[in-house]
Unconditional design. Structure first.
Length: 254
């Protein structure tokens, strides 16, 4: 009998080779989690909660882990969107999914929009800010982030050479979406004032639809961590992000 660990390696290889072709039900592959909330809506939005499993991401001063907060926020956003859209999660529990698999899942489900959720982290506790990022090719301006290197890795060990080119056709639309979302969040929220940046983010590079990475706050800032430990405040943020997404879709920027 083939060991289960070897089967997982095989399935990940299959995702890599044919995940974009729609030939296999990626949501059913063992070792991956993909929660489908509304299958009737025509527009599909994939929300990716960053990190998971052994990949904790940033850690707040009082011990809050980025992987947990991104999952909670992503679920809240999906709950706001599910009545109008087919909102999907790349994970719905505490597991680490490879970056390329997350993007391949969105491609397989022919998503209209891909959004990866992260929190900022820095060694200086006073570091603060909010970002909405879209993909930039390697030769373009690159934003250096720390300490969450795994989330933005440019590592391409086993990926096809063309993987990083898949997002190029959507960069212009992604930029317009980022700017529009920034406007909506500034209008709706007094807690964050995001900047729009372009960066060579691997999680976005293979997406065959407009794609953004949202980093709404620095988890390593003590006051910010405390503020978003309050579920009411996090729910308000989720509602603001969901409203911004809805505004983008209604304007037919896509």
């Amino acid at each position: 009998m083939v060991p289960f660990s070897m089967k997982i390696v095989f399935y990940q290889f299959v995702i890599l080779m044919v995940g974009l072709s729609g030939q296999i039900p990626l949501s059913l592959l063992p070792g991956l989690c993909f929660e489908e909330i509304n299958i009737k809506a025509e527009t599909t939005i994939v929300i990716d909660p960053g990190h998971g499993g052994e990949n904790h991401g940033a850690k707040g001063n009082s011990g809050t882990l980025e992987k947990n907060l991104t999952l909670t926020l992503a679920k809240m956003i999906c709950n706001h969107l599910q009545d109008q859209y087919r909102a999907l999660l790349t994970r719905s529990d505490d597991r680490n999914i490879p970056l390329s698999d997350r993007t391949a899942l969105a491609n397989h489900h022919k998503a209209d929009l891909f959004i990866s959720i992260h929190m900022g982290g820095a060694f200086e506790p006073d570091a603060a800010g909010s970002f909405i990022m879209f993909y930039a090719p390697p030769k373009a301006k690159t934003l250096k982030l720390e300490p969450n290197v795994p989330a933005i890795s440019n590592h391409q060990d086993s990926q096809p050479e063309q993987w990083e080119n898949l997002q190029l056709d959507y960069v212009s639309t992604s930029r317009k979406m980022a700017e529009r979302l920034r406007t909506e969040l500034k209008k709706r929220s007094s807690a964050i004032n995001p900047k729009v940046e372009n960066a060579n983010l691997y999680i976005l590079s293979g997406a065959t639809m407009p794609a953004l990475l949202i980093e709404p706050f620095y988890l390593t800032h003590p006051d910010t961590e405390k503020y978003y430990q309050n579920r009411k405040n996090l729910e308000q943020l989720a509602g603001d992000i969901a409203a911004g997404i809805t505004a983008i879709l209604k304007e037919e920027i896509l």
